[in-house]
Write a protein that binds this ligand. Structure first.
Ligand SMILES: NC(=O)c1ccc[n+]([C@@H]2O[C@H](COP(=O)([O-])OP(=O)(O)OC[C@H]3O[C@@H](n4cnc5c(N)ncnc54)[C@H](O)[C@@H]3O)[C@@H](O)[C@H]2O)c1
Length: 372
C-alpha cells in the first residue's frame, strides 16, 4: 500500500468519532504499521475477565517440558476444549488425543493472530523459547524466537485484550546480581542470549502494561524438575537426567560441579503457581514480575538424596564449561517474599518430597511397562 494512502487510512481510523466516544482501538499491525508508529494517544484496554466464564487459553510452545502438564491442569479447571496447545512440532498420540492442538509458529504473526481470533482466546500462555544452553549454541535463532516471537505475542495480546503470561527465569540475573538470595528488584546483567531475552520480556511486558493497560503477568521460574517430560536444553537439566540414569543404568555423569547451588522446583508447584498468578485479582499484584521459590540444592546434595532410593548409584562429574559458566552467574537462592505476600504463593515440595515423588512416578511407570 502506498505510504500516503496508508497514512490516510491510519488517520481516518484514529479520528475521534463524531459522537465524542473514545478513540477507536487500533489493531496495530492490521494496517501493516509498526508499533513504533502508533500515536501516543492510542489505547489498548484490558477487558475485565468475567468470573462466570471460563477463559479460552492458548499455550504456545506447548510440547516442551512444561506445556503438556499445564494444559492438563488448566483443562481440569476450565474444560478440555477451552485450552489449546500449540507448537511447531508434531504432537505424540497421547497429547493429540487429549485435547485441542494447533500448529503455530510464533514467528508467523498472521497465523498467531488468526488462531487467537478464530478461537476467541482470552488468556495466552507464552511458553515458546530456546532455553539457556540451546540458545548459546544458536544465538540468532534464540534471538528470533525469544525476542521477535515475544513481540508478535505482545502485540496480539494488546490488540485483542488478552491476559498474557510470559515465564522468566533465574537466567534473567547475572554475575553482578546478588546471588543468595536474589530479590525481585536488583541489578540484572545476564550474559546469555536466553537471559537477555528474558530481561527484555520482563521490561517490555511491564512497559505494555503501564503504557497500554496490557494484563501482563510474569513469574521467574527456578530450574523445573519433572518426571514425565524431558527438559529442553537448560542449565538445570542435570537435575532431571539423574533420575532417568539412576533407574536405567545406576550411573550418572553430571555436567556441573558438585557444589553448584541453584534454585529448583517440582513441576506441580510451578504449574500451580502459573494458574494462581493468572487467577490472582489484578489489585493484589503490586508488581508484574515475581520470583517464585521452592528449594535450592547442589548436584552433591541431590545425589545424596537419590542414593537413599538407589544405593548402588555411581555419580561422576564431567563439567561442561559453557553450562558451568552459566550456572556460576545465576542465583543460588531466590527471595520470593513478594509473591508469598501479594497472592499467597506457597510451595508444596522440598527436596525429600521431590525425590520420593520422582521415584514413585518412575517406579509406577516401569510397573505399567512391565505389565503391558
Ligand atoms: N523448564 C525450565 O526449567 C524453565 C525454567 C525457567 C523458565 N522456563 C520457561 O518456561 C517456558 C517453557 O519451558 P520448557 O522447559 O517447556 O521449554 P522447552 O524447551 O521444553 O519447550 C519450548 C517449546 O517451544 C517450541 N518452539 C520453539 N520454537 C518455536 C516457534 N518458532 N514457534 C512455536 N514454538 C516454538 C519448541 O518446539 C518446544 O516445544 C520457556 O519460556 C522457558 O524459558 C522454563
Amino acid at each position: 500500500m502506498p505510504v500516503a494512502l496508508l497514512n490516510r487510512v491510519v488517520s481516518q481510523v484514529l479520528q475521534k468519532p463524531v459522537c465524542g466516544c473514545p478513540t477507536a482501538i487500533v489493531p496495530i499491525r492490521f494496517l501493516a504499521i509498526s508499533p513504533r508508529q502508533v500515536p501516543s494517544d492510542a489505547n489498548f484496554h484490558s477487558v475485565p475477565f468475567s468470573n462466570r466464564e471460563h477463559p479460552r487459553v492458548l499455550i504456545t510452545g506447548g510440547l516442551g517440558q512444561l506445556g503438556v502438564g499445564l494444559a492438563k491442569l488448566l483443562r481440569k479447571q476450565f474444560g478440555k476444549d477451552n485450552v489449546i496447545l500449540s507448537d511447531i512440532r508434531k504432537p505424540p498420540d497421547h497429547v493429540y488425543y487429549s485435547g485441542p492442538f494447533i500448529y503455530s509458529d510464533i514467528l508467523d504473526y498472521k497465523n498467531l493472530r488468526e488462531i487467537v481470533v478464530n478461537n476467541r482466546i482470552t488468556w495466552l500462555i507464552h511458553y515458546s523459547a530456546l532455553l539457556s544452553a540451546i540458545g548459546e549454541a544458536n544465538v540468532p535463532l534464540a534471538r528470533d524466537v525469544n525476542i521477535t516471537g515475544l513481540h508478535n505475542v505482545l502485540d496480539i495480546a494488546a490488540e485483542h485484550s488478552l491476559r498474557l503470561f510470559v515465564p522468566s527465569t533465574i537466567g534473567a540475573f547475572g554475575p553482578s546480581s546478588p546471588r543468595n538470595p536474589t530479590p525481585d528488584l536488583c541489578i540484572q546483567r545476564p550474559r546469555t542470549m536466553y537471559g537477555v531475552s528474558k530481561v527484555h520480556a520482563e521490561l517490555i511486558g511491564e512497559y505494555y502494561h503501564y503504557r497500554y493497560g496490557l494484563d501482563f503477568r510474569c513469574l521467574r521460574y527456578p530450574g523445573i524438575i519433572s518426571a514425565d517430560s524431558q527438559p529442553g536444553g537448560g542449565t538445570t537439566d542435570y537435575a532431571v537426567q539423574i533420575f532417568h540414569d539412576a533407574i536405567k543404568s545406576g550411573k550418572f555423569q553430571c555436567n556441573l560441579k558438585p557444589n553448584t547451588r541453584l534454585p529448583m522446583m517440582y513441576i506441580d508447584d510451578c504449574l500451580r503457581a502459573t494458574l494462581e498468578i493468572m487467577e490472582a485479582p489484578a489489585d493484589s499484584l503490586s508488581m508484574r514480575t515475581y520470583n517464585i521459590n521452592a528449594m535450592s540444592f547442589t548436584p552433591e546434595e541431590l545425589a545424596q538424596e537419590v542414593v537413599k532410593h538407589v544405593p548402588e548409584l555411581q555419580v561422576t562429574y564431567n563439567v561442561d564449561t559453557v553450562r558451568q559458566a552459566i550456572a556460576d552467574s545465576w542465583p543460588m537462592n531466590f527471595d520470593d517474599s513478594n509473591a508469598r505476600k501479594d497472592w499467597g504463593w506457597k510451595h508444596d515440595y522440598d527436596l525429600p518430597e521431590l525425590v520420593t515423588t520422582m521415584f514413585n512416578f518412575h517406579n509406577s511407570e516401569s510397573r505399567i511397562a512391565h505389565a503391558s
